[in-house]
Design a binder for this molecule. Structure first.
Ligand code: PLP
Length: 463
């Protein structure tokens, strides 16, 4: 017999039942830890070349890479190449790529139109610091696509786009305060999670709660005449693919209007959810919108835009006071990448189909997880999904205990072993090149885990 105090519960006792789910058998912490250790050992043993390259890289790159989100212990596998929707590592393992470069890889690994851009720019030159007509063409395509954007400016990243949007809103309103959501990710220096603070840019932030309109109302009641803007994703992305509750975004629209603040939608990820962006899907229009990720077909990209009046701040011809620098704002690869993406590769009906496929996948995973006795659930919309270590899909970013994180880790290693690459925290972004049978295989792999998480890890199944 195991005494109760040595056992692990990964949710509040009764929470599964309250959520209409059967209670999970209580798992001893030692068993959970042993299963993860076994899965990790197997991962490490089967990837000697990745291990050696990771160790070598650490001599030059702190942690062995230059993009923290790609790190996981013991070391991330090293890429050898990509074929179709799969990535292959240097030890010869193949994985269906369901991470989709955290949503930037929407077009797939080898979109034909982007190959043509590379050839075209190689022939015409890498940009001599002169304004090129392709910039206006890229801007026209962006403005025509998003109802909230009359005028747009390009940047090198989504982070930069958000920094510029905030500064623009502060200039426009003459105010400083910025309302954001707890755990939101708007860029490397705009992260509102527990460990984001050391690198957070210094603005007077007011941190509210996604899907909790009252938390915003309180800030507008106390600080309304000092608030420059609300910066929010219409659906939270990196924080767990959490859709807005009905009426939530509309309330933010009304609060901003009443206070004279600007509503900024960060659609760096969410813009792929509909032809006119997530704001088109949810029927709420922002004052400013930021873009990024997939929109240049895989080249560095960011953009911020809004109404003519707001963006006039960047027009020296009409007395605009803001100067927006950036050597590579008009990078010819990026500009041509936008034209190729929005003008050709991003076909509306394919986008619709992918979002519908994502909805089906989410329902399939929901059925599998909901029918299991594991504390796992799935959330999201369209082609953006997240598997959570919570018994029901969260309405705002969950705060995970150690046991929940252990479940996530066990599932992650199980999926790698089965040949599926998702984010360690369960984030999934579908891409145009993923095939139906690959998604079916993924559902089967998750079902295998749900049926027996310990056997899959190569550890003993608890009786
Ligand atoms: N905003 C959102 C919603 C994001 O998901 C990200 C990146 O993941 C960013 C902004 C930052 O974009 P970038 O990585 O291009 O700086």
């Amino acid at each position: 017999m195991v005494s109760m105090d040595r056992r692990v519960r990964v949710w509040q006792p009764g929470a599964m039942r309250e959520a209409g789910r059967s209670e999970q058998a209580v798992i001893e912490p030692e068993l959970l830890a042993a299963a993860v250790a076994a899965a990790e050992a197997r991962y490490r043993t089967r990837r000697p070349r990745s291990a050696a390259l990771a160790a070598e890289a650490a001599a030059w790159l702190p942690g062995g890479n230059t993009r923290s989100v790609l790190h996981f212990d013991p070391f991330p596998f090293r890429l050898a190449g990509a074929e179709g929707a799969e990535v292959v590592d240097v030890d010869g393992h193949r994985y269906v790529d369901l991470l989709g470069n955290y949503s930037a890889g929407l077009l797939g690994h080898h979109p034909e139109e982007i190959g043509q851009v590379l050839a075209q720019v190689a022939a015409s030159g890498l940009g001599p610091g002169v304004v090129a007509p392709v910039e206006a063409e890229a801007a026209r395509l962006v403005c025509e696509r998003f109802a909230s954007i009359d005028r747009v400016r390009f940047t090198n990243s989504g982070t930069e786009a958000n920094l510029m949007a905030i500064a623009t809103a502060q200039h426009h309103t003459g105010r400083r305060k910025v309302v954001v959501c707890r755990s939101a990710y708007h860029g490397g220096v705009l992260y509102f999670g527990v460990d984001g603070e050391p690198l957070l840019v210094p603005h007077p932030w007011l941190v509210a709660e996604f899907n909790d309109a009252d938390s915003f109302r309180r800030f507008f009641a106390s600080d309304g005449d000092e608030i420059a803007c609300v910066l929010i994703e219409p659906m939270m992305g990196a924080a767990g693919c959490i859709p807005p509750q009905p009426g939530f975004l509309q309330t933010l629209r009304e609060l901003c209007d009443a206070a004279g603040a600007l509503l900024i939608f960060d659609e760096v990820m969410a813009s792929r959810l509909d032809r006119g962006g997530a704001q088109g899907r949810f029927g709420v229009t922002s004052d400013m919108t930021t873009l990024g990720k997939y929109m240049a077909g895989g080249f560095n990209f960011g953009a911020f835009g809004g109404s003519k009046e707001v963006m006039a701040a960047f027009d020296p011809g009409t007395g605009g006071m803001l100067s927006h620098g950036g050597t590579f704002n008009n990078n010819p690869l990026t500009m041509a990448g936008v034209v190729a993406t929005l003008g050709a590769a991003l076909r509306d009906h394919e986008l619709d189909q992918l979002n519908e496929r994502g909805d089906r996948l989410r329902h399939q995973l929901g059925d599998v997880l909901g029918g299991s006795n594991l504390p796992l659930s799935v959330s999201g919309l369209g082609s953006l999904l997240a598997i959570h270590a919570t018994p029901v899909p969260p309405l705002s970013p969950p705060v995970l205990g150690e046991a929940a994180r252990t479940w996530q880790r066990l599932l992650f290693f199980h999926l790698l072993e089965a040949g599926y690459y998702v984010a360690p925290r369960g984030f999934i972004a579908l891409r145009f090149d993923v095939r139906e049978n690959q998604l079916d295989g993924f559902v089967a792999a998750v079902a295998g885990f749900a049926a027996d998480p310990f056997r899959q890890a190569g550890a003993a199944t608890p009786k």
